[in-house]
Write a protein that binds this ligand. Structure first.
Ligand code: NAP
Length: 267
């Protein structure tokens, strides 16, 4: 047996912050192991998985765009939450079986650390990240979920899929709410700004932007200026990575957050 390793696969994958996060934890905990980024396209998935299955040192992988949906059909099992979300972002090997998980949802859960029962919530976006947020809301039992999205039929289908009470709105003015989550790429470097009016959010509301490049988005700046609580995309990114790390290397990263890690990822 050689040195255990895990990786993130996708196309493109060079931008991924996962190697920095896992590499930091491996060094911090003195674990002998590697974590790297490997470019894999959708047609390459079967040969990639067959090759890795034959490698006893491979502990599993994270999966990023555009493979999160395509990968499921190549696995032996997909856990029920990943199936409901409709996306796999982590593959682990149990015995000789390849199993698909979704730790993005756990990332949302751990980053929020809030009871949302009976609260009013707003989700911007109806893509893969929004599905992970909606799984958290399905479990948290809020009063109402408003999805604001460009394609309203897509958003309505998600309310149904997750069995949530609420409404669909176009992007614009957010309704009164206790939590607003941006799960769209709007505000991310290279994408248009997010145009949303958050003045109706309730005092003490949380504004959570899943975007992590840049870390300080216009949405978070506006929320902070209005005295609201804010969470940036790094919290979710690091929390979901900690679950994957535990699966790959057999122990949770301890400590998960350090000032050095935040500084490393803010670059
Ligand atoms: P996605 O599946 O491509 O979904 C994109 C969503 O945004 C769709 O609902 C789309 O609307 C909307 N959208 C995209 N461009 C738009 C535009 N120009 N105008 C209006 N709406 C637009 O993306 P995703 O995977 O969900 O990722 C969304 C964001 O979450 C990204 O910034 C990603 O980096 C971030 N993310 C962060 C983490 C973390 O750990 N922090 C994890 C996962 C994702 P339509 O439905 O109308 O197309």
């Amino acid at each position: 047996m050689g040195v255990p390793f895990a990786e993130v696969i996708g196309d493109p994958v060079a931008f991924s912050k996962s190697p920095a996060i896992h590499g930091h934890w491996l060094a911090q905990m003195g674990i002998e192991g590697h974590y790297r980024a490997t470019r894999v396209t959708a047609p390459e998935l079967p040969s990639y998985l067959a090759e890795r299955c034959a490698d006893p040192d491979w502990r599993g992988c994270n999966v990023t765009m555009p493979l999160k949906q395509a990968v499921a059909e190549h696995l032996d099992d997909v856990n029920p939450i990943a199936r409901r979300i409709g996306a796999v972002n982590t593959i682990v090997r149990y015995d000789e079986m390849l199993c698909g998980l979704n730790t993005d949802w756990i990332g949302v859960n751990l980053a929020l650390m809030q009871s949302l029962e009976g609260k009013d919530t707003v989700v911007i976006g109806a893509g893969g990240a929004a599905r992970a947020v909606l799984e958290e809301l399905r479990q948290a039992k809020p009063q109402k979920v408003t999805i604001m999205n460009r394609s309203q039929d897509k958003a309505a289908a998600l309310l149904d899929r997750f069995g949530l009470e609420g409404e669909v709105r176009p992007l614009g003015a957010a309704p009164p709410a206790d939590l607003l989550v941006n799960a769209s790429p709007l505000g991310m470097a290279g994408h248009p700004e997010l145009e949303v009016d958050i003045s109706a959010l309730r005092p003490g509301a949380i504004v959570f932007d899943l975007v992590y490049h840049p870390l300080e988005t216009a949405l978070l700046r506006t929320a902070r200026a209005a005295g609201l609580r804010t969470l940036d995309g790094l919290d979710m990114l690091v929390c979901q990575a900690s679950m994957a790390f535990t699966h790959f290397f057999g122990a949770p990263p301890e400590p998960m957050w350090t000032p050095e890690l935040r500084e490393l990822l803010a670059r």
